[in-house]
Ligand binder design. Structure first.
Ligand code: FRU
Length: 485
């Protein structure tokens, strides 16, 4: 894989011409997605600033223009009217001030009906590369581009390490105040979140204290991308803990977890009903962010980066990598979280085809099962061997997904085989395939599994063994791959 110098990774984008050729080249890749948001060039990572405002869904992604590398980060802007058909809008936030000179890092958005406001981390670095993270803000201008507030809202606290970033803005109706949650690391290296509050969005911010998640005082070394939402009267807290291994997650030290419980804004205590759960059991799901202003107290809408920090993917050879997941509707029923692609996704179904062992490049497969053992292998070779193997073991109610039989292997060191334990026997499985990703939803969103895959020209088949009725729909394209910078 290509080695990058710091100068190359942190080069400032002066003109679209600098990356036009790269776009033209990657556009022809066999792994380019057709119904997922993906980087216009280079690398996409965290979803940012996701919100519904004046009839439009706004989404941004962390973008490094230059290649499959984490370097100088921009917010790249895409919009949609239905969460499925996405249009490239160009650069949203560029790292062009003193405060964000080495990156416009992750953050969130909120609409007050009139305006759309953004909160993000300005990643400042001095010449000696010392980092100072600022909490910065911007507002959507009349021309559809975010306009930065001249000064940051506040700087970092010196009683935490340099890891203080990814502001999540929320309005608390009871307190009549806005709150910002910031992912942080204590001076003794523990992951946590800081809480700030203000009556107004662009002024008056005050540090309230540290979030206390009962029982999780020592859980990883940094909590990236915190997110909190109330769904059907329960609080859902999500973040991405790092620098720790978790049971059942092989060698990975980057995770995305959630808690259902109660948030007390007086004591800044989140009391979980139960322990943490994995938001997704797949190899590649991180930095998930829900949309703001969804407008329905019983649902959330969330998507994530299909990818993990420290990992690299087969498309890196073509100088690009990363993708957004499908937007998922979140519901909480009987104390459990359910996640399922928003219904507009199903409108992409083309005419149903007979499931005869051939896999379209973009498709949805639905299996109706009887709860017994099952083997579904995707992207198999002509002789039926190889592929991504998905085994359901009825006695332990566990699915095991193994990617080690694919021709192109990547990130072997963090593990190629993971389990997805189910709460109830497997009755339904929906698999959403786009050219280089697979998203698996078991039992209508009881559990999910997301992964990148890079099938070769020969890996176009699938095999199914077990008692299941399969349906297969090719999918229509819904994301424009236009060169807009
Ligand atoms: C998570 C993250 C964030 C940071 C951003 C930088 O993947 O490390 O904490 O703001 O990426 O791109």
């Amino acid at each position: 894989m290509r080695e990058w110098t710091r100068e190359e990774r942190y080069q400032v984008l002066e003109s679209p011409e600098q990356v036009k050729e790269l776009h033209e080249r990657i556009k022809t890749s066999a792994w380019r997605q057709t119904y997922h948001v993906q980087p216009v060039t280079g690398l996409s990572s965290d979803p940012n600033g996701f919100a519904f405002h004046k009839g439009v869904w706004h989404l941004f992604y962390q973008w490094c223009p230059w290649g499959a590398v984490h370097g100088l980060k921009y917010w790249y802007h895409v919009t949609s009217l239905d969460l499925v058909h996405w249009k490239n809008e160009g650069v949203g936030l560029a790292p062009d001030t003193y405060y964000d000179n080495k990156g416009a890092h992750s953050g969130s958005a909120i609409s007050d009906g009139e305006n759309l406001y953004f909160f993000y981390t300005g990643n400042h670095r001095d010449e000696d590369w010392t980092r100072t993270p600022y909490t910065c803000a911007a507002k959507l201008g009349d021309d559809g581009k975010p306009v930065k507030r001249e000064k940051p809202l506040f700087g970092p606290r010196d009683d935490y390490s340099e890891h203080q970033r990814d502001p999540k803005i929320v309005w608390n109706e009871e307190k009549k105040r806005y709150y910002i949650f910031i992912g942080a690391q204590t001076l003794d290296g523990k992951g946590t979140a800081q809480v700030y509050s203000s009556e107004k969005l662009f002024e008056g911010w005050k540090f309230e204290g540290q979030l206390h998640v009962v029982g999780y005082e020592d859980f990883g070394g940094m909590w990236e991308c915190p997110y909190i939402v109330n769904i059907s009267g329960k609080d859902l807290l999500i973040f991405s803990p790092q620098y720790t291994k978790l049971p059942g997650r092989a060698e990975s030290t980057n995770h995305n977890v959630y808690f259902i419980g109660t948030m007390d804004y007086d004591t800044l205590t989140f009391a979980p009903d139960e322990g943490f759960s994995h938001l997704d059991y797949g190899f590649d799901f991180y930095a998930a962010q829900g949309a703001a202003n969804v407008g329905d107290p019983d649902k959330g809408i969330l998507l994530a980066w299909i990818g993990l920090p420290d990992n690299h993917y087969a498309s890196a050879e073509e100088d690009w990598e990363g993708s957004m997941s499908l937007p998922r509707e979140l519901r909480i029923k009987d104390g459990h979280l359910y996640q399922y692609p928003v219904k507009e996704v199903m409108a992409l179904r083309d005419e149903e085809i007979k499931p005869e062992g051939k896999l379209p490049k973009a498709a949805e497969m639905e299996l109706t099962c009887d709860g017994g053992d099952l083997d579904l292998n995707l992207f198999t070779l002509a002789d039926g061997n190889g592929g991504l193997t998905i085994h359901y073991d009825a006695s332990s109610q566990t699915m095991t997904i193994d990617k080690s039989h694919l021709t192109l292997r990547f990130n072997e060191a963090v593990g190629e085989k993971l389990d997805m334990p189910l709460r109830t026997p497997l009755k339904k499985l929906n698999v959403f395939i786009d050219h280089s990703s697979v998203e698996i939803f078991a039992n209508d969103g009881e559990e999910t599994f997301t992964a990148h895959v890079y099938p070769t020209k020969e890996e176009t088949g699938y095999t199914l063994v077990g008692n299941a009725v399969a349906k297969l729909w090719p999918y229509k394209a819904s994301v424009k791959d236009d060169f807009v910078i």
